[in-house]
Write a protein that binds this ligand. Structure first.
Ligand SMILES: Cc1cc2nc3c(=O)[nH]c(=O)nc-3n(C[C@H](O)[C@H](O)[C@H](O)COP(=O)(O)O)c2cc1C
Length: 467
């Protein structure tokens, strides 16, 4: 399964990215329906609102229908630090401005880029379709007409002329936004015979997370977040660049889906969700102690339904941390030893195995779903081997050297490997988006686990007692 942002697969705009600019006309509400029609044609749509347009119709409906964050602030950056109007300008197959105000026509005709819609048009080589809507006298004013002529003749913009009809003022005249079907047709005609400009989802504007049901209600999910620190002496440590954003995104998403959540927080730099139970830890040894405490209850049952190990755990630690601050010296050699593989240890406990993989005691009841994260630099080849070695159900692998992925960013591009051999290469998503997709898999795995237990229980009831 890969991320698809389009609507119908057989639409006239399948695979296309359309930038939809909405300006401050009374007809702005019609842009929501236009967005729906474009999605129905298969388009991926990124919406931009001028500040006036945002007063007529808020961004929520546009974001929910387009699944992209709506651009309203020219000076705001995308979550991953990219500049929104440049991203849309560079990746859109076409930009449609509908409805377009008299003010937009004037600003655009003069190359003024004071809002996100004009700035995107100015920053793009994509074909541009403009559907004006305004009061009849505004439309016939020589200034407006001169601006329209300039946009059409000098810039090559396609103008979908307004229609005769009743206007917001209560009067009748030419100025009504053209029929939406005609605007869609003009966009289709604008992209016809051109190849899809930038098919890679990662280069396009990021996606927003979709809303979910409370499908984790009654589940207890433990999430480790942040990065461990291994003491060199009382003031220095060996650490890593993890900020905890990914783990916190998983915790927040799980809470929103109804789970009770425990966060094991290792030096997290972002705020922790207020409704989670929090255990703060510093080192790998602390994290191990917290994990083991949570994994098994005294009666042998599992302490949680799923564990998501998003924390970056040190692979090495100083053999003998100094108990006093080390003095300055010309050189310092620190001997390191490897730390235990915590997830592999939890997996062995969960399945009742000893360190050689042989059954030694009863598995936890029920066996929790275990999810690991593997940060790689370069190829993800080693991730499949890691999944088997650790004995986990899901492994989320990402190349932290890729732009927009890894430590401290708000986005991530990951591949989710399953113990069942599945491999989902997700597009560049916000960390919340990654968390949601991951929890989709966790929720499915938990449902499958419960169904299997139910079947086992029924079979056991029906079987005759052993003689
Ligand atoms: C109720 C109302 C309706 C308006 N409708 C239109 C319209 O249909 N077309 C237009 O060009 N301007 C209209 N305006 C004026 C624009 O909102 C105004 O010129 C604004 O500065 C446009 O900004 P923008 O082009 O950056 O979105 C309307 C204003 C109000 C108060």
């Amino acid at each position: 399964m890969t991320g698809s942002t389009g609507g119908h697969v057989d639409g006239r705009l399948t695979g296309r990215l359309i930038g939809l600019g909405v300006t401050g006309s009374i007809a702005a509400y019609k842009a929501v329906e236009l967005l729906r029609l474009l999605r129905a044609e298969g388009a991926d749509v990124a919406v931009m609102l001028t500040p006036s347009a945002a007063q007529f119709v808020g961004p929520l409906s546009f974001a929910a229908l387009s699944r992209h964050p709506v651009e309203t602030d020219l000076l705001g950056l995308l979550p991953d630090g990219r500049i929104g109007h440049i991203v849309v300008g560079d990746t859109a197959d076409a930009i449609a401005v509908a409805p377009a105000t008299a003010h937009f026509l004037g600003a655009m005709a003069n190359g003024l880029a004071g809002d996100v819609v004009t700035a995107t048009c100015l920053a793009s080589r994509a074909p541009i379709v403009v559907a004006p809507a305004m009061d009849g006298d505004m439309w016939t004013h020589p200034a407006t007409q001169a601006n329209v002529t300039r946009l059409r003749d000098a810039f090559g913009y396609r103008i979908v002329e307004p229609e005769q009809g009743s206007l917001a003022s209560g009067q009748s005249g030419v100025g009504r936004l053209a029929d939406l079907g005609l605007i869609v047709d003009a966009i289709v005609a604008a992209v016809a015979d051109r190849p899809v400009r930038v098919p890679e989802p990662a280069a396009r504007p990021p996606l927003v997370a979709t809303a979910h049901d409370a499908d984790l209600t009654g589940r207890h999910i433990v999430v480790s977040a942040g990065g461990t620190r291994e003491a060199i002496d009382p003031v220095r440590f060996i650490g890593n660049r993890s900020t905890g954003k990914m783990g916190v995104a998983v915790a927040e998403a799980a809470l929103a889906r109804g789970a009770s959540v425990t966060v094991i927080a290792a030096n997290v730099e972002v705020p922790l969700p207020r409704t989670a139970t929090v255990a703060r830890v510093e080192s790998t040894a602390d994290l191990r102690a917290a994990l083991l405490r949570l994994t098994q209850r005294t009666d042998g049952t599992a302490g949680y339904d799923a564990l998501v190990m998003a924390a970056a755990v040190a692979d090495f630690r100083p053999v003998a941390p100094a108990d006093r601050k080390l003095e300055r010296a010309a050189r310092l050699a620190i001997e390191l030893e490897s730390t235990p593989d915590l997830l592999a240890e939890v997996a062995r406990i969960a399945h009742g195995l000893d360190s050689h993989g042989a059954p030694t005691r009863r598995p936890l009841e029920p066996v929790p779903v275990l999810v690991g994260f593997a940060a790689e630099t370069g190829s993800l080849e080693r991730a499949g081997e890691k999944l088997r070695r650790k004995g986990v159900d899901l492994l989320v692998a990402n190349d932290v050297s890729e732009p927009g992925s890894g430590f401290g960013t708000d986005t991530n591009r990951v591949t989710v490997l399953g113990a069942d051999g599945s491999r989902d290469e997700l597009p560049l998503l916000t960390k919340r988006g990654v968390a949601e997709r991951l929890l989709d898999r966790v929720a499915l795995a938990l449902d499958a686990r419960d169904a299997a237990r139910q079947t086992d229980a029924t079979t056991a009831q029906r079987s005759p007692e052993p003689a």
